[in-house]
Write a protein that binds this ligand. Structure first.
Ligand SMILES: Cc1ncc(COP(=O)(O)O)c(C=O)c1O
Length: 398
């Protein structure tokens, strides 16, 4: 079917929860995607940090194909090898001792809230359930995770919100100290805020959070749904600071584009989830887990972390140079290949203009252009994006 027909049918039959660009995508390879008419786009959105390996990585495609021929799904009543392999690989390469699998970032965060409450009641004090989260955070769209999200615009219309969440300013240790009370059981933070505008905390912030959590017997939860799996140049963003959480949530790129979520758990906490306490029908099913193992191995074995660091530094310096040319660029932020360019005005028209140049980028918070290319991106592709951006800015005025 052609693009026009498909867009018309989508308007008619698909719920209008997304503001979509007028593009239909049917095929992808590496950093490129194509529409039904064969037009090629350079993808610096990468499924919003899902396609870290690029589109249709051959090892992921092979793993899915081979697994689909053997076994697509069975109940979690039974053991399945791909799930065991993925869990052991995640534990080997992280702080974690156990993994709970689910299907999305929101679901992984729900698991973290449940486990934090259960652990606190069992191991600390009966009446502890409150979780401190950050302003401008994003943790998902279920009722609990949108409540945890420290942005009012996501709450509107869904009240009453879940009880038991408290917000403090991001990167403000004093605010965290003031907020901790007798009912607090955990502190949850994104090591770099993605949807909130690519906000990086000051050096020492995560360590200070770790210290207060230890002092007050709270669990520290890192939401690495967006910044995990190599996005910042390390497998997990927490590695940059050498600060380990008690719980960490993953989703997005964990299975190379196949829906999956995971809650990584430290020993001593994992035991609070006992048989029957939590579950998910599709969680870690054979297909998703096989894709996950192939994706994780590719990140670790194909130099993607090194490329991410190198290309991230290069891209950052190029964006800094753009900032120095155009006074309406406020700041460049980020690490590895999650980079944000804050503008002094609304950035949505820039996304539209880049689309005309066959380049996909994103804008978050209204004025922060967000760049999330696959970790295999090249210098030439970055140069193309930067040149296109300069052209758009030159025609944009001051
Ligand atoms: C940091 C973070 N946490 C959680 C989520 C929610 O993930 P999902 O859409 O898979 O539920 C997102 C999605 O953008 C995210 O960026």
């Amino acid at each position: 079917m052609d693009s026009q027909t498909l867009m018309m049918l989508s308007e008619k039959y698909v719920a209008h929860t997304y503001t979509r660009y007028p593009v239909v995508l049917t095929r992808g390879k590496g950093t490129r995607v194509w529409d039904p008419e064969g037009e090629e786009y350079l993808d610096f959105v990468a499924g919003l940090a899902v396609c870290n390996l690029g589109h249709c990585h051959p090892n992921v495609v092979r793993a899915i194909r081979e697994q689909a021929e053997k076994l697509i799904h069975v109940s979690n009543f039974y053991y399945i090898e791909p799930q065991i392999q993925l869990a052991s690989l995640l534990c080997k390469h992280s702080f974690a001792d156990k993994v709970f699998f689910c299907n999305s970032g929101a679901e992984a965060n729900e698991g973290a809230f449940k486990l934090a409450r259960k652990y606190a009641k069992e191991k600390v004090e009966k009446d502890r359930y409150e979780i401190i989260t950050m302003e401008r955070s994003f943790h998902g769209r279920t009722l609990a995770t949108l409540t945890a999200t420290g942005q009012e615009k996501f709450h509107k219309g869904y009240e009453p919100l879940m009880p038991g969440f408290k917000y403090v300013a991001f990167d403000d240790m004093g605010a965290v100290r003031d907020a901790v009370g007798p009912k607090t059981c955990a502190v949850m933070v994104e090591p770099i805020q993605g949807e909130g505008g690519v906000n990086c905390p000051s050096k020492g912030y995560l360590r200070a959070l770790r210290e207060i959590c230890d002092e007050k017997k709270l669990l520290l939860i890192f939401d690495e749904v967006q910044v995990g799996m190599g996005r910042t140049g390390k497998l997990f963003a927490y590695e940059h600071d050498g600060v380990e959480p008690d719980l960490l949530t993953l989703a997005k790129s964990l299975a190379g584009g196949v829906p999956i979520g995971a809650l990584l758990i430290k020993k001593g906490v994992a035991e609070s989830f006992k048989s029957g306490d939590h579950a998910s029908t599709f969680g870690g099913n054979p297909l998703a887990s096989a894709a996950g193992e192939a994706a994780l191995r590719a990140i670790l074995e194909e130099g993607m972390l090194e490329n991410c660091q190198k290309m991230g530094d290069y891209f950052f310096s190029k964006l800094e140079a753009v900032k120095n040319k155009f006074p309406f660029v406020q700041e460049i932020r980020g690490k590895g290949l999650i980079l944000g360019m804050e503008l002094k005005k609304d950035g949505s028209s820039v996304v539209q203009e880049m689309l005309k140049k066959k380049i996909l980028i994103n804008c978050t918070m209204g004025n922060v252009l967000r760049f999330l290319p696959p970790l295999i991106v090249t210098k030439e592709e970055i140069d193309r994006v930067v040149a296109a951006l300069e052209e758009v800015f030159s025609n944009w005025g001051v």
